[in-house]
Design a protein around this ligand. Structure first.
Ligand SMILES: [Zn+2]
Length: 68
């Protein structure tokens, strides 16, 4: 599963605050995710998380901002 920093993940299981979307803060053996609804952060093993991901939302590559 291709998950990158700053991706927003839709999880199958809702957080106890009711939130379903998590932002990826760190990738590796363990992922650090932040609940977009309440701001709670968790560390979760990659294998466990991949089973729980429903969908990945990735912001389109941000256009280069041309400062003049
Ligand atoms: Zn939450």
């Amino acid at each position: 599963m291709d998950i990158r920093l700053d991706d927003i993940l839709d999880m199958k299981k809702t957080h106890h605050c009711g939130g379903k979307t998590w932002k990826v803060l760190r990738v590796g053996m363990d992922f650090r995710l932040r609940c977009e609804t309440c701001g709670h952060e968790v560390m979760i093993p990659r294998v466990k998380m991949e089973k729980n991901v429903r969908r990945i939302h990735r912001a389109e590559a941000a256009p280069e901002t041309a400062e003049h």
